[in-house]
Write a protein that binds this ligand. Sequence first.
Ligand code: UD1
Ligand code: MG
Length: 454
Amino acid sequence: MEVIVLAAGQGKRMRSNLPKVLQPIAGRPLLGHVLDTARELSARRICMVYGHGGEAVPAAFSGDDLAWVKQEPQLGTGHAVQQALPLLDDGEMALVLYGDVPLITAATLRRLLAAAGEGVAVLTVELDDPHGYGRIIRDGAGRVAAIVEEKDATPGQRGVREVNTGIIAAPVGALRRWLAQVRNDNAQGEYYLTDIVGLAVADGVPVATASPAHVWETLGVNSKAQLAELERIHQRDIAERLMTEGVTLIDPSRIDVRGTLVCGRDVEIDVNCVFEGRVELGDGVRIGANCVLRNARIGARSRLLPFSHVEDTEAGEACQIGPYSRTRPGTVLGADVHLGNFVEVKNSQIADHSKANHLAYVGDATIGSRVNIGAGTITCNYDGAHKHRTVIEDDVFIGSDTQLVAPVTVGRGATLGAGTTLTRDAPADELTLSRARQVTVSGWKRPQKKKPAS
Ligand code: UD1
Ligand code: MG
């Protein structure tokens, strides 16, 4: 099978410098969604017809299976398909998709292809308000006879509620023959792809129809309002799928998945969480409200408390992260690690049962097991030119408000006194501290404000 994606149209109503088909839904360009679906169908090749938006459109995608064809000027959908024809093999079926209809599913397209067999099939829907769409005209026996565009339709034809979604399947060889005969003597002066339907019927080729599982699969995007509407529909669909898999969503209308979210059993997700890239949540994981996770793997029974931001992070089992924690790329946590409020971790490994419960920065550090990091502890990993590592071995206790000036190592079982600025390695099992001795100046008096002379 050959797939042709029509993506040359303008999208004026977006009022954006970003080409319409590059506008995102769930963080991925509209055209990317269509591409993903086309790839699910294992097409021989995917021909992308582009024009408006220029080279930014092909530059946004890659793949050996893609062929880009520029349509300039844009003389209609039939003209657009014609641009792809030189690349297509006559023995194959062609499936025409729209680059601005992102939510079409592979299941629906498979049904359409099955309905087509070796002939033509049109994906149609019944709309209460068919205004603006091409109408499906049937003969007395209910067979498809033609598609008539709104602007060319008679008042009687405009009453038809079954419309063309634009998605059509046809054999390449016949498509080539029919498109050569299509003329532009119509209300819009365009070469209509839809005219092939009448030509197929005249050729004695049967034209079948199929309908999508959901009407929303066929909705197009022309404005920011429609973009937002489709985003919500898409997110609702993802939420339904997660719930079918057994995930508890406190409010399915308040979750955003912009990538792939894989959940184990008995996962619970509170409101307003955003998942980006690939996120895997193990069995029994609970995500508190307002968390953002991007490319993360969270081990079984771990908890994220509200307002945590977790990126390129791996966490073991039974960890507790947040509220208000931030883990940045390269964070690897063992089991039962606790990170509390206002703790930032970057490019660091923290082994089992270690804790940093309050106000800390852990960057470029290797931290052993059962380490306690006191409030206000900071790894000074950056000297203005280079990053250096801090190594904290097992069973270390770091007192509050400590600065570890890297590169530095704290030996196993060592204790650092509160307020220490550690610039040299601390030996194992000893107390190390750097602190001015406390003195009391007895009899000292605070200065008094002088009374103004009266
Ligand atoms: C088209 C169909 C109509 C159908 C409707 C569904 C035709 C003649 N009409 O109408 O029957 O009900 O879609 O939405 O096919 N495009 C190009 N190059 C062009 C023209 C269009 O690539 O020269 C692309 C557009 O970017 C868009 C798609 O084709 O993705 C449809 O174009 P649009 O102008 O929206 O067609 P409609 O007039 O809405
Ligand atoms: Mg349209």
